[in-house]
Every structure is written in C-alpha cells, then in structure tokens.
Design a protein around this ligand. Structure first.
Ligand SMILES: Cc1cc2nc3c(=O)[nH]c(=O)nc-3n(C[C@H](O)[C@H](O)[C@H](O)COP(=O)(O)OP(=O)(O)OC[C@H]3O[C@@H](n4cnc5c(N)ncnc54)[C@H](O)[C@@H]3O)c2cc1C
Length: 404
C-alpha cells in the first residue's frame, strides 16, 4: 500500500479543483478500459479518491463527502469500475464502520482490498430469532486468553458465500440488558468452524445464506470497539446500510424508472391512462432522487442520522410500484423470467438484469436493511419526536428476557 502522489503530502484543504486534478492524474496513469479493475481501484484508493471524506492514508483526503460526486462524475464516464457493485456490503457499510471504530492496524489491513473488491465483506447481524429486534441476538462470544470463541447461527447473510470477512455482532455478557452486552468483531469467513449454506430467493438465486459458527476463534485484535460497546458500533453499520440501500442517486430518468421508460418506448405504448401512470411514477422517482441529493449534501462527515430512513422507506415502495408497472406494460411476456430460475449463487447482489427479475427482487426492498415498519418507527420517534414504541425488554438482563 503506497501513499501515492506527492500532491497528497502538502494537502491541507481539499477543493473540487484538487480532486479533479487527481482524477486526471489517475486517468493519465491508468486507462480504466484496459487495466484490471482492482489495479485501477487500488490506485484510486492510494490517491485518496475512494471515499474522499475518509482520512489521508485510508482511501480519502479528509475532504467534504460532496466531493465524491465530482470524482465519480469524472471517472465513471471514462469507464472506471464501480466499487459499490463489486462489494456492496463492504463498500457501503463495512468501510464506514472500520474507519470509524477500527484500530490503525485494522484500517491499514482492510480498507484497500475492500475497495478494490479483492476481499468481499458480509454482514452477520440477523439471526432466526433476532431480525427487526437485532439487539436480542443470541450468538455467543466467550473470551479464552487472547481469542474469542464464537458459537451461534446467523441468517439472511448476503454474499457470505463469496465473503472473505464478515461484520459480526455477538453477545459477550448475557447478565446485562440486551443493548449493553454485545461486542462487534471482524470475522474471517475462511476460519475453521464457519459454515455457509445457501438460501434461495423468489428470483431463483441465492444471494444470501445461513451461516453457522461452531467454536470459531477470533483474535481479540479483531474486535471493533470496546467489549460491550457492540451496539454503538452496529448503529454505524445500520445507519450506513439504510443510506446505502435507499440513498442511491441514479442519473435523472435512470434506475428503475429508466427501465420503465425504455420498455414503454420499445413497445410503442400510446394508452393515455398508462402514460399518466408512467408520468406519475417518473415525477415521484425524480422527487426521491432530488431528496436524496439534498440529503447527501446536508450529510456531514460521520455516521448518517435517522433521517437516512426516509429514502429507504420511499424507495422500497417506489421500486415495487415501478417494477410492477413495467411488468404490466409487458403483458404476458412480463410473466416470463428471461433467465428462468437458475438456482445459483450469484457473484453480485442487488443487480436486476430484466423487468421480471426486478419485479421479484424489489419485494425484498421493504425487508432488507430493516423493514419499512421499523424504519417508520425510527422516523416517528427519532425525527418527528413522537412517543416511543412499547418496549418491556430494555432494562432486564438479556438472559432473563423470554425468547421464542
Ligand atoms: C434480500 C435480503 C438481504 C438481507 N441481507 C442481510 C444481511 O446481509 N445480513 C443480515 O444480518 N441480515 C440481512 N437481511 C435480514 C434483514 O435485515 C431482516 O430480514 C429484517 O431486519 C427483518 O427481520 P426478520 O426477517 O427477522 O423479520 P421480523 O423481525 O420477524 O419481522 C416480521 C414482521 O414484523 C414486523 N415488526 C417487527 N417488529 C415490529 C415493531 N416493533 N413494530 C412494527 N412492526 C414490527 C416487521 O416489520 C415484519 O413485517 C436481509 C434480508 C433480505 C430480505
């Protein structure tokens, strides 16, 4: 890992002209159309153009997060690879968690190969008995000398079959209330005792998995944050997850609605009632896009706030409505799934190759990353200041709370 450009050494304040000149330097050094993606992304990281708001040496320049848009707009049209698509969980959630809570050694070890996509990450939070209420989880980690011994089961773990590392939250003290007795670890998914089994979705693919951990040993140095502080660390992951899922900013008329317009044009539809529907969906997609742009501009460096749930709630519903409309435009053809039901384990997550696939996959949008009901609770309580949900299990020790 190199520090890269001499321009970085004297960098005190970063402005748009500086990052654009670094982009030009990167493009002059490496042609994104011909060099392997990981090589281009590695140099992008070294120049501080990976996450521009991260510190120097960690893939950033300590600049404003808004500068990332300028970087992406400069690099992507030239054919630069998209790091999000290669490693969505690592890029959107793992990196902000490591940079916020990790030791210097962890930041140096994990961030670069995560950004280049050479090491895929997954998130081991949900359990069969702990999804919306993830703080009630039961996977145990017990300290044995300098290592933690982990036993338990996780579920719905996206990309675990490809992952080299996982963000794991486990119970380290059952004698205190549920939010206080958890600790956060980076787990090596290739360690002895980690077993990954596929779970197939209605798309016919197994993006996600069950993960069983039996006497898995994790060095204490791979803890993220203090013992018992895992809930606070998890919130960094969860808040970033909501923004990663619901805060995407496609180009104007792009994304899901772009696909609908393409189908409309291709089939030469003229029905005015359907056109009204399409325009309604287009306008709502544009309002969401502008809202997400505004939210990203207001967002300062650090963990996103609870208002990140707005984009999550709205996009989940809109994606379903737009994909349903598109399938409707296709008529009988819309009932066919071009690639059939391959029953395979894809090398990507959240990519929607055709309208029928998008229609089926969008069903998960109001569940993944926290359900719409939970997101509404967060918005009601933490943004609007409404009275809280009834919670009787917040104060007793975790071990005394009845569980199913
Ligand atoms: C495609 C996909 C990918 C996923 N990837 C991952 C991953 O990589 N890692 C990971 O850890 N998890 C992952 N998940 C799991 C996801 O986070 C959980 O499914 C989600 O949090 C809901 O938990 P649950 O499925 O246990 O449902 P439950 O928590 O059992 O909820 C069931 C229903 O009850 C409602 N409900 C629950 N509590 C309340 C309440 N207090 N108020 C109102 N309504 C309530 C819910 O909204 C829901 O409708 C993924 C899920 C999907 C669909």
């Amino acid at each position: 890992m190199t520090g890269g450009s001499s321009k970085l050494a004297d960098m005190t304040a970063v402005d748009e002209a500086t990052v654009l000149s670094l982009c030009d330097q990167l493009l002059a050094e490496l042609d994104p159309k011909t060099v392997p993606a990981h090589e281009f992304l590695g140099r992008q990281f070294d120049l501080g153009l990976a996450w521009v708001h991260f510190p120097v040496g960690n893939g950033g320049l300590g600049g404003s997060p808004q500068l990332q848009k300028a970087i992406n707009e400069r690099l992507i049209p030239e054919g630069a690879p998209l790091p999000y698509g290669r490693n969505p969980i690592g890029y959107g959630m793992g990196a902000p968690t490591v940079v916020t809570h990790g030791s210097d050694a962890q930041k140096a070890r994990y961030l670069r190969p995560l950004f280049t996509g050479e090491e895929i990450w997954c998130q081991l939070f949900s359990e069969p008995g702990a999804g919306s209420d993830v703080a009630s989880l039961g996977t145990r980690a017990v300290l044995d000398g300098e290592e933690w011994v982990v036993n338990g089961q996780k579920v719905w773990t996206t990309l675990a079959h490809l992952a080299r590392f996982g963000m794991l939250i486990a119970r380290t003290d059952p004698d205190v209330p549920k939010h206080k007795g958890m600790t956060y670890f980076v787990i090596d998914m290739h360690a002895p005792g980690v077993e990954v089994r596929p779970l197939f979705q209605i798309t016919g693919e197994a993006e996600f998995n069950e993960v069983y951990m039996t006497d898995v040993r994790i060095p204490d140095a791979e803890r993220l944050g203090a013992v018992g502080e895992g809930w606070g660390v998890s919130l960094t992951t969860l808040m970033n997850e909501r923004v990663a899922i619901g805060g995407q900013i496609p180009s104007r008329g792009g994304g899901f609605i772009g696909e609908a317009v393409k189908v409309w044009r291709k089939l030469g539809h003229t029905d005015p009632a359907k056109r009204d529907q399409l325009m309604d969906l287009w306008v709502r997609s544009e309002v969401l896009r502008l809202t997400n742009i505004r939210a990203s501009q207001l967002r300062s460096v650090g963990t996103p706030g609870p208002e990140g749930s707005i984009g999550k709630v709205i996009s989940a519903e809109l994606n379903k409505q737009v994909s349903e409309f598109t399938v409707g435009l296709l008529g009988a053809e819309g009932m066919l799934k071009a690639d059939g039901y391959p029953m395979d384990r894809p090398h990507h997550a959240m990519l929607w190759s055709n309208p029928a696939q998008a229609f089926l996959r969008a069903r998960a949008n109001s569940i993944e990353g926290g359900t719409t009901e939970i997101a509404k609770n967060i918005l009601g309580e933490r943004v609007l200041g409404l009275p809280g949900d009834v919670r009787t299990d917040k104060t007793p020790p975790w071990k005394d709370v009845p569980r199913s």
